[in-house]
Design a protein around this ligand. Sequence first.
Ligand code: ADP
Ligand code: ADP
Length: 225
Amino acid sequence: MAPVSIGNVRKSYGNVAIMHGVSVDIDDGEFVVLVGPSGCGKSTLLRMIAGLEDITSGTISIGGRVVNDLPPKARDISMVFQNYALYPHMTVAENMAFSLTLAKAPAEEKRRRVAEAAEILGLGDLLGRYPRQLSGGQRQRVAMGRSIVRNPQVFLFDEPLSNLDAKLRVAMRAEIKSLHKRLGTTIVYVTHDQVEAMTMADRIVVMQAGRVEQIGTPLELYDSP
Ligand code: ADP
Ligand code: ADP
């Protein structure tokens, strides 16, 4: 069970406040999309959930546990970035297994988890390839695979599709949705693309200048008169 609760979170850089008391309660297994114009604080909020950015005040809890002072590794989250960050000198399998390698997981467990993730993502035939031998969509899948092998309760996505061409972006939306259905994990997903938000979200959080402007289902936010 991993609901994510953001309680009156503020953030300042020096004496410049950029987030002014943001509160959002995300249910276990919910797919929540953060949208809003560039600079409104989406990425900062995501990074605070991930533990990559300090919170100036307020509380973030994951699975009912306050994580304010926990390092990223102890948070049961995994973050997928837009620039893939794959290691060029490692195969797909090695890239996917890397966090398990760091954690000194036994070879058998690594093999099993990589095989499972590869099956989910349709990467079974590509495990021996290097990133340069992959298409953009395949690289994105490997990046997701690296997260999936860790079996986190919460996935954080930071504009994962913005480097892909339009056609691939549409296909990957559907893939991420079906991944969500299959894994049942909580997802917090940042995008500046309203169509992406509409088609993927259970609920959308609209941010504006460091505040939450609206929260609701796609229907509530966009289809009401
Ligand atoms: P978004 O992801 O919605 O585009 P960000 O979360 O990246 O927005 O940024 C929110 C605000 O915080 C912006 O005004 C940005 O300039 C500011 N900001 C982000 N990182 C820093 C930093 N390291 N130092 C100072 N200001 C920052
Ligand atoms: P190496 O031979 O250096 O271990 P590989 O790319 O073959 O490099 O494998 C990296 C990791 O991925 C290994 O830890 C292995 O457990 C896993 N792995 C490799 N190939 C497969 C595969 N076909 N199915 C599942 N897991 C694999």
